[in-house]
Each structure stands twice: as C-alpha cells, then as structure tokens.
Design a protein around this ligand. Sequence first.
Ligand code: C5P
Length: 242
Amino acid sequence: MLKDFNSIPKTDRVIIALDCEADKALSIAYQLAGEASWVKIGMTLYYAYGTDLVKMLKARGYKVFLDLKFHDIPHQVRGAARSAAESGADMITMHTDGGVPMMVAALEGAAEGAANIGSDVPVTLGITVLTSMDDSTLTEIGVCRPMQEQVLCLAGLAKKAGISGVVASPQEASALRKELGDDAYIVCPGVRPLGSAIGDQSRIATPADAFANGASHIVIGRPITDADDPIAAFRAIAAELS
Ligand code: C5P
C-alpha cells in the first residue's frame, strides 16, 4: 500500500523520544497531548514500567513507537513482536543484522498480535547502523565496508524481509529513499535543531534537512527532554517545520 507521507503534516511525523525518568516522560507527554502525535518509549522506561506505560500513552491519544530493537533467534523475536503488538504499540524495531528469517518472524508475530487485539499491524522497522556509530566504531566490530554501503546492504535485507522500513541517520536518508521507494518508512534519529547539543550522536541533521533528505518521520529526544522548557522546545521545532 502506497503511503503518501507528504499528506501528513511534518509536525505529526515528529516522534518524541521519552528517554528520561517516567514522571518527566509522562508530564511532557500529557502537556503535549493533542499537539504531538508520536512518542517513543525505549528500553529504559519499558523495562521499568512495561505495557502499562504504552497503554497510558495510548489513552492520551498518542501513537506509540516501542523501540526495543529486537535481536534474537526468530522464535523469540516472533513472540516479542506479538507481545509488543498486543500492548498496542504502533511501531516496533528490530536489528536488521539479525537476518531475514528473524525479520520475517517479527513481521509474522506483529501480525498475530494485532489480530489478537483487532488493531492495525504495527509499523515494523529495521535498525541498520546505530546513529551513534561512525566508520571507526564500525571497523572495530569487524565491518570493513564504508558506512553508507553497510547501511544500504542492511536496508536491502529489510526490504527482502518485507518489513515497513528502516531507522537510519538523516545523512543516509536520501540514498535509502532511492533504494527503498516512496512508500517505505524511513525514520531518522540523530536530529538536532540548530543550537542544541549533539550528545553521543555522530551523524546528525536539522529537522527540516532530515525531512528534505527523505525521512518519513524524525525522532528527537534530548533536545526536547533535556531542554529547560521541553514544551517550548517541541513547539519551536513544530513552528520551524510548519
Ligand atoms: O536524544 P536523541 O535525540 O539523540 O535520541 C535519539 C533516539 O533515537 C534514542 O531514543 C535512540 O535510542 C534512538 N535511536 C538512535 N539511533 C538509531 C536507532 C534509534 O539514536 N539507529
């Protein structure tokens, strides 16, 4: 099914990564309910609060990106994806270097879980290379190809498995858009509004540039959660994008 991402306002394609303590995460999410569309829960909050947190955020009208980055044998990953879909997650992740059979198993599990609760199948995304990595950290783990080749190779595996798209750096988004086509989800972390701290990200772009490069969605965490005023920080990004 072709997805016309451009018909969705860019602000509704900004995903706030709630990588902070639960009270603060809920406070930000509750204050931005109705203004922001997506939130992302990662391992830190999920391992502490589990599906209750997904359900609380869903109850406030959010789409929830549950970023648990599955990487295990296919049987285990099928079960993980089924459970994630049953929790109501709208978007889930897995490492593409787990291989095609593992990604196919995730897709099957996600479909089973969605059927069990009568909802849409979550968007299934493959992680290519973490945006905190660069060529030297890639070499350290034994990958001798240049970054872009490695990203495109892993994205090709995601396409072969039939999952919805990939997570990748904004700097690889335009090459990925060409490789994967118009209807693929390309979700970009490593996004920094001008003037915000880079932190541990090494392949970054501004929100507008990430979309211009071909991102369907962007993920922004610390520039919002670590801001003196997280609500104002989100609103400034939204204003810049509209
Ligand atoms: O705080 P910051 O904006 O850097 O947050 C980026 C978010 O995107 C984090 O939650 C991180 O786990 C996630 N992410 C990433 N690189 C990937 C996949 C996910 O930074 N390749």
